[in-house]
Design a binder for this molecule. Structure first.
Ligand code: NAD
Length: 297
């Protein structure tokens, strides 16, 4: 293990994360359905495989960071998938923001080939992936976590072991629920203050050092909203998927999730209005439309 590392999903997050492994001297065998993503990884020094199966034949562990659980299942179980190519006893490190029940199903199936799995979703955005400063939130057996920890330390800064397989994905969904709440609530708050005649930059300056602060006031508003850039690299369609995971979990576990369902509806509405491919901070633009005001520095 670790002579050659498989890496599937070379997108906004996977590309910089795999580059850290390459820069640390590891051989990386990459794959993505998008040829452009493969070219970029190749330029970074990765070897490119023609299928997930070939990645698993040539790399152990295999890391996946893909859009959602359905795609992860296809990539793992497909005819040309990871399981078809992996040797008995090899390891899957699944870093997608994924549905924990799907993660448990994958871990169970992998056992048929004595394969082991860690779920290890990340937080910190594209900037965190580029800087190697991600939080990496891991579920799975302690001994496997201990063996793989050094890989996480190459790609991230704050590494947590949460417990059994699936617990990393649960924790990530919980985090993104709060992240979505603060983004929507801050948008409403700043829109209201702006319409009341206050300067939005000044409003955010105050919030940043007062009890209304959050990652949205500290980073997302100054960097992406007030500048009108909205190029945060985390698409509304992916954020909506994360809220879908959280609300599904709420139903599954019979936990009322009033706020989560409301925030999910707002992101769902944004999708219906064509916001899907935009950065998630553009949810502020939707709220601007409703409030008929512009939050601009
Ligand atoms: P992305 O769309 O940029 O990257 C996903 C990559 O997977 C793409 O390059 C795509 O071509 C590839 N892909 C899709 N289907 C595939 C398949 N069948 N086989 C191989 N490759 C396939 O998305 P991203 O922003 O990098 O996000 C990846 C995951 O990380 C998501 O689950 C997301 O929720 C999570 N995440 C994203 C961020 C962020 O800020 N972008 C932050 C934390 C977590």
């Amino acid at each position: 293990m670790f002579e050659s590392i498989g890496f599937i999903g070379l997108g906004m997050m996977g590309l910089p994360m795999s580059k850290h492994l390459l820069d640390a001297g590891y051989n990386v065998v990459g794959y993505d359905v998008d040829p452009e993503a493969c070219s970029k990884a190749k330029a970074n020094g990765a070897n490119i495989a023609s299928s997930p199966r070939e990645v698993a034949e040539r790399g152990n562990p295999v890391i996946t960071i893909l859009p959602n659980s359905e795609i992860v299942e296809d990539v793992v179980f497909g005819d040309e998938g990871v399981m078809a190519g992996a040797a008995e006893g090899s390891v899957l490190i699944e870093m997608t923001t994924a549905y924990p029940m799907s993660t448990l199903k994958i871990a169970k199936e992998l056992e048929k080939k004595s394969m082991r799995m860690l779920d290890a979703p990340v937080s910190g955005g594209v900037v965190g992936a580029e800087k190697g400063s991600l939080s990496i939130i891991v579920g799975g057996d302690q001994d496997l976590f201990d063996q793989c920890r050094f890989l996480f330390e190459i790609m991230g800064k704050n590494i947590f072991h949460m417990g059994a397989v699936g617990s990393g994905h649960t924790m990530k969904a919980v985090n993104n629920f709060l992240s979505g709440c603060s983004m929507v609530a801050t948008s409403e708050a700043v829109a209201l203050a702006t319409k009341a005649g206050l300067d939005p930059k000044r409003v955010v300056d105050v919030l940043q050092v007062s009890t209304g602060r959050s990652y949205s006031t500290e980073w997302k508003f100054p960097r992406f909203v007030l500048t009108r850039q909205f190029d945060d690299g985390f698409r509304i369609e992916l954020f909506n998927k994360d809220l879908d995971i959280l609300t599904r979990l709420g139903r599954e576990l019979k936990v009322p999730m009033f706020t989560a369902n409301m925030i999910h509806q707002i992101f769902g509405f944004a999708l219906s209005q064509g916001y899907g491919p935009k950065g998630h901070t553009s949810i502020a633009q939707l709220i601007e439309e409703w409030a008929d005001v512009k939050m601009e520095e």
